[in-house]
Design a protein around this ligand. Structure first.
Ligand code: ZN
Length: 397
């Protein structure tokens, strides 16, 4: 294992919980940590502590609009005032919406950002080469409103630290099945932050943006790249588009550091989207990012979590594979040698929780895709994605 990789503690972020019924749930973190512990690949207690609350709060107040942060604060108390509740919808926080306010929301969302800032700071200062903060990746939050389960944009907070403290050129790569819209719009006119997002096309999926013609604006034109994938895209087409786009972007942009977002909701089992990929992309994308960082940023790589709503079957394996790649764990040799990735360690899902899986749990690292029905429109989908990729790359040097 490689000691130049930091795990950022996530215990404070466990309070970022809308309700037990809400799809964005910290049980995903607990299951991932348990799986990694069973592999002997993690001691979370030894992880790096998040940045201080006060420091993070100041950064959040700097990147988000003052009236929005004030609204989040007012809605975070046990019994918010009627005026604050009446205003919640204006800030994307209405009780019956996707991102409902809850007691302690401000503190929990600041805690999430604190982890991502610590990760960025550790890597850019040279304390580590790589850092992973799985509670982060809240990529839909806007400067002035919450959206898509995201209150404060921890990725934007971390990138702003990299810009302002280090003047670093940041390549942000978003692998969530939903367009990384918040981060894109935060830096849309900034030529020093390149945002690249691969996702299911906004024609069919939230948030309805992320088309190839979104390429940045004013001096930031060209520092934005969107791969809008067809519904039912499978592994090969996804990975072809991803690998070519990240290489072209890095070559043209010459980043100092890579910040990646690892929502794992492009898996076929995910209930919120229609992409039909298997666990293989969650083995391959971290491998491609590690190699990209080696070639273009001297290894500097910050990775964050994100979406992923099949809590038991998908997220723990996907995020564990990411960490194993980041630490270059010897277990990867056996995972790569077996078509199904080989067996998961016994007992990995035994955590203390009131949540339970809907059905049988996976027993191997990768999926047995040979037993899956092939997509009837595979050739047509692959061709459409290829054309989309050509269009997306037109403006990249
Ligand atoms: Zn997502």
């Amino acid at each position: 294992m490689d000691s130049r990789t930091l795990w950022i503690q996530t215990e404070q972020s466990g309070r970022y919980l809308f309700s037990d019924e809400h799809p964005f749930h910290p049980v995903r973190l607990a299951l991932t940590e348990n799986l990694l512990k069973h592999c002997g690949a993690l001691d979370p207690a030894a992880g790096e502590r998040p940045a201080s609350f006060e420091e993070t709060e100041a950064i959040i107040e700097h990147i988000h609009r003052a009236d929005y942060v004030k609204a989040v604060r007012s809605l975070s108390v046990e019994s918010p005032k009627l005026a604050a509740i009446a205003d919640a919808g204006r800030f994307g926080l209405e009780a019956d919406g996707d991102t409902p306010y809850f007691p302690g929301m401000h503190e929990a969302a600041v805690a999430v950002a604190a982890g991502s800032i610590a990760a960025a700071e550790a890597v850019m200062s040279g304390k580590a080469d790589r850092a992973l903060h799985l509670a982060g990746g809240l990529h839909h939050a806007f400067p002035d409103r919450a959206s898509g389960f995201c209150v404060y944009n921890d990725a934007a907070a971390a990138i702003s630290v990299l810009r302002e403290r280090y003047q670093a050129r940041v390549l942000y790569i978003d692998t969530d099945v939903h367009h990384g819209d918040g981060v894109q719009w935060f830096f849309y006119t900034d030529p020093n932050v390149f945002t690249l997002s691969i996702h299911e096309t906004g024609k069919f999926l939230f948030p309805g943006s992320g088309f190839t013609h979104e390429r940045g604006d004013s001096s930031g034109y060209g520092a934005c790249l969107n791969l809008a994938m067809e519904p039912y895209t499978e592994d090969d087409s996804w990975l072809t588009c991803f690998s070519e786009a990240i290489e072209r972007a890095a070559l043209a942009f010459k980043p100092d550091i890579i910040v990646s977002q690892h929502g794992c909701d492009a898996h076929a089992f995910d209930p919120l989207a229609h992409i039909h990929c298997s666990m293989s992309i969650y083995r391959e994308m971290p491998r491609l990012l590690q190699a990209l960082a080696e070639r273009h940023t001297g290894g500097k790589w910050v990775a964050l979590g994100g979406g992923g709503y099949d809590h038991w079957r998908v997220v723990p394996r996907a995020w564990s594979l990411l960490w194993l790649e980041m630490v270059r764990h010897p277990l990867l040799a056996s995972i790569d040698a077996a078509p199904d990735g080989g067996p998961l360690p016994a007992g990995w899902p035994d955590i203390k929780t009131t949540m339970s899986p809907d059905g049988p749990l996976p027993t191997t690292w990768l999926d047995d895709v040979a037993s899956w029905e092939p997509m009837p429109r595979r050739a047509e989908i692959t061709e459409k994605n290829k054309k989309m990729l050509e269009l997306a790359l037109q403006h990249i040097g």
